[in-house]
Design a protein around this ligand. Structure first.
Ligand code: AHR
Length: 629
């Protein structure tokens, strides 16, 4: 029996690798996919970079507790004890034991990304808490670390007041994306919004003692800070101890993690040892829940779950220390009747939008949610009126696809004052106060733009002469237009052979795509090599204009688009389009899950990002019959 051998091997190697099986080794029989009770089916591998920090221990606790609820699943843990090469080895070992899914938390993104990409080719991978580079994983669950840094900077500015403060930053592991992103968010906000300066950065490697020693050395050299920002609470505590030993008083300290345990951030704030912390959930519980869904092949699962950070200071720490009263988001009070969702759809501008509307209607029916869906006919003013009407009707939740990024403060403040949670569907907004909305469900539009650009780079790798591009953008100031432009530019700007002739603003409609392409052909004629349209409808309009002009779309002019609707697939099949990036409109089920969670008092993530693919002419053939929209 292969498995019995594996288990014996595991027990022998257990101490060397810090490897533990959870859930009863003796009962496990993977070769038969059933144990004596006929239950055990899945083996999950969990790889940690270290298990010596309180945050990782909390993650481990959550995973163990959650896995205990699933009789048919077992877990193997490995702890690399802060040795990146060891973690690579651990992952190889887990693979050789025949795991069905890997959950991995990463300290060194550069070293670990290649091995995780390899594993992802064979089994599903959940990246937890600390990220890898790129998109080679099934699901990422973690906080928005940059936002975390922004929030910490805002609090630093508040704590320092009018004086020109001097700040020391205590970083986590230099190689970790989590540390990099927190630092970026903190620095950007400090530089943009204050006169304070970050005078020194020290590397605490997430560890209390290391932070304490490094800071002591620095302070002894005569550096005088007003505030210390540490990327975790353990290092914030180290900073406090360094200051105490040197009898330096009056320095503000901000940490991150916000655990409720001995020496955890919440208790440190309560005791006045540090001034603020940010609860950054580990995601351990969600990781197991999603792992089970992935193993059971539940359709429509997201690509990224961005968990909510909570700011904790002296003024609100007590509510977080009291169990059950610890969320800053509005929940829905349970009612006798069905829960009422008001959805302000932006319009009917595209095939994508029609599929999106259908998905919301059918998911609401299935979930037993009373849906009031109103269409704003692509007018922001009308969309605001609809939201105001929903507030008047006292619906339980409001969701909407914002036409543009700007201009929502007033109406969202009205919804907030009425205690109605707002869910942003498919498009994000620009508002200073992030508590005006509860959650975002949709795509990563910047990544979509990057994918479009990457295809062009790879398709033209043998071309040395300039390639002239026409861009047909979506609605001005809408999130998909802004982000898709940014992502595409990011990639093509790396090579001067890509030359953007002109960008037109096409409003996501077929007619506008056709109109602007006609105009482009009039101006540039056969000079045009490539059209990059921000959605399929505009690409289809452009194709029509190119044909009318007497050229062959897909051959004389390459067509790159976004959405991957069935109509785009037809064009790919006919060779008129070259590449489309999927943007998933089927957001209904995730939206209804969020609404139900709000009703059940379950804190919903800050952002739920959908999983998406890309299709060239060849790949589209395989997918054609499966296309749902
Ligand atoms: O916001 C999503 C975009 O809006 C889709 O890509 C486009 O087709 C739609 O109109």
């Amino acid at each position: 029996m292969r498995l019995r051998k594996v288990l014996i091997k595991l027990m022998i190697l257990g101490t060397v690798l810090g490897l533990i099986i959870f859930g009863g080794i003796g009962e496990f029989s993977k070769s038969q996919k059933a144990n004596s009770l006929g239950q055990v089916k899945y083996l999950i591998g969990v790889s940690y970079p270290n298990l010596n920090g309180p945050w990782q221990l909390q993650m481990n606790k959550e995973i163990k507790n959650e896995i205990a609820r699933h009789d048919d699943t077992r877990v193997i843990f490995t702890d690399a004890a802060q040795n990146d090469e060891q973690q690579v080895q651990d992952i190889h070992s887990l693979m050789s034991y025949g795991i069905d899914l890997l959950i991995v938390s990463v300290d060194n993104a550069s070293t670990l990304t290649p091995v995780i990409s390899e594993v992802y080719k064979k089994i599903p991978v959940i990246v937890l808490g600390r990220g890898v580079k790129g998109y080679d994983y099934t699901l990422y669950i973690g906080s928005d670390n940059q936002l975390n840094g922004n929030m910490a900077a805002k609090e630093a500015i508040r704590l320092l007041g009018n004086k020109r403060g001097q700040i020391i930053e205590v970083e986590g592991n230099k190689e970790s994306l989590q540390a990099e992103e927190r630092s970026k968010g903190f620095r950007e906000t400090i530089q943009r919004e204050s006169k304070h300066s970050i005078i020194e950065t020290i590397n605490g490697n997430w560890l209390k003692d290391r932070a304490e020693d490094e800071l002591k050395n620095l302070l002894k050299s005569g550096v005088k800070p007003d505030l210390i920002y540490a990327h975790n609470d353990a290092m914030a505590l180290g900073a406090y101890q360094a200051l105490k030993q040197l009898k330096i008083e009056g320095i503000k300290i901000i940490g991150t993690d916000g655990l409720n345990e001995e020496s955890g951030g919440l208790r440190l704030v309560k005791q006045g040892i540090i001034d603020a912390t940010y609860i950054t959930p580990t995601g351990g519980t969600s990781a197991v829940q999603y792992a089970i869904d992935i193993l059971h092949k539940v359709p429509g699962l997201p690509k990224k779950i961005i968990l909510r950070n909570h700011e904790v200071t002296k003024s609100n720490v007590d509510s977080y220390l009291t169990e059950g009263d610890n969320s800053s988001i509005p929940f829905i009070k349970k009612k006798e009747r069905k829960i009422k969702l008001g959805f302000a759809q932006v319009g009917s501008e595209s095939e994508w939008r029609l599929a999106n509307t259908d998905s919301i209607i059918s998911a609401a029916k299935e979930a037993g949610v009373e849906l009031i869906l109103k269409n704003a006919d692509y007018s922001q003013k009308k969309q605001m009126d609809i939201i105001r009407d929903f507030i008047k009707q006292k619906v339980d939740v409001i969701a909407f696809s914002p036409k543009t990024e700007d201009g929502w403060e007033e109406v969202l403040m009205e919804a907030k004052n009425a205690g109605i949670p707002i869910i942003l569907s498919d498009r994000e907004i620009n508002v200073e106060d992030q508590t005006m909305w509860t959650s975002f469900i949709g795509s990563d539009f910047v990544e979509e733009g990057r994918r479009a650009g990457k295809w062009l780079v790879s398709d033209s790798k043998l071309t040395t002469t300039p390639l002239h591009i026409i861009e047909i953008e979506g609605t001005a100031n809408s999130a998909p237009a802004v982000d898709r432009k940014q992502g595409f530019n990011e990639i093509i700007q790396q090579n001067s052979k890509f030359q953007l002739l002109q960008s037109y603003s096409g409003d996501f409609t077929l007619d506008q795509g056709k109109k602007w392409m006609k105009q482009a052909l009039k101006t540039y004629g056969t000079e045009i090599d490539v059209v990059y349209a921000h959605n399929d409808d505009m690409a289809l309009g452009a194709i029509k204009a190119i044909e009318d002009y007497g050229l062959k779309p897909g051959v004389d002019i390459k067509i790159i688009s976004i959405d991957a609707t069935i109509k785009a697939f037809n064009s790919l099949k006919l060779g008129k389009m070259n590449f489309t990036v999927e943007c998933n409109p089927l957001l209904g089920p995730q939206l209804m899950k969020a609404v139900k969670d709000l009703e059940n008092g379950i804190e919903i993530p800050q952002k739920i990002i959908t999983a998406e693919e890309t299709f060239d002419q060849k790949q589209s053939k395989k997918e054609f019959s499966r296309r749902a929209y």
